[in-house]
Design a protein around this ligand. Structure first.
Ligand SMILES: [Zn+2]
Ligand SMILES: [Zn+2]
Length: 154
């Protein structure tokens, strides 16, 4: 399992391999030492049950989507269709715009789910079974506040 640990101080993402994660990592952004408590299921890529950074047990699932990729596809599609539009070939232009949107959809559909910790936003990627529910704004508000109070950010 790949973990993207989020620094509690500066929010920098620190990639860690769960299989041989050290007991403590040092943030490259602010130099803070972050202790990691990797649970057995996380180490074995079996499940995300406990966050190694904040010890929380509340997670949500979201698509592992890189917005830059989707945007690039749309921009290329728009540019090509603008070119056709310029020459008065509307139908082809709309067709290309449509296929760009379709490619986007296919790319999106093939994306894997990613587990995110509600409290500290640490991300988990691996072959484990996804069991966390979808994102809930109300839960996020509560847990983020609790976490930020605990680490003294509020
Ligand atoms: Zn940091
Ligand atoms: Zn966490």
């Amino acid at each position: 399992m790949q973990i993207l640990a989020k620094c509690p101080k500066c929010d920098a993402g620190l990639p860690v391999d769960a299989e041989d994660a050290p007991a403590t990592i040092k943030c490259g952004g602010c130099g803070r030492e972050i202790p990691l408590t990797i649970s057995e299921p996380v180490r074995a890529d079996a499940a995300v049950d406990r966050c190694p950074v904040c010890a929380g047990a509340d997670f949500y699932i979201r698509k592992d989507f890189d917005p830059k990729v989707g945007l690039t596809v749309v921009i290329i599609g728009a540019l090509v269709s603008a070119g056709f539009y310029w020459f008065g070939r509307d139908l082809i232009a709309y067709g290309i715009l449509g296929s760009a949107a379709l490619i986007d959809l296919i790319v999106y559909g093939r994306l894997k789910d990613l587990t995110v910790c509600y409290r500290c936003h640490t991300e988990f990627r691996g072959e484990y079974e996804r069991r966390a529910p979808a994102f809930d704004l109300h839960i996020a508000d509560l847990l983020e506040l609790e976490y930020e109070r605990r680490i003294g950010r509020r």
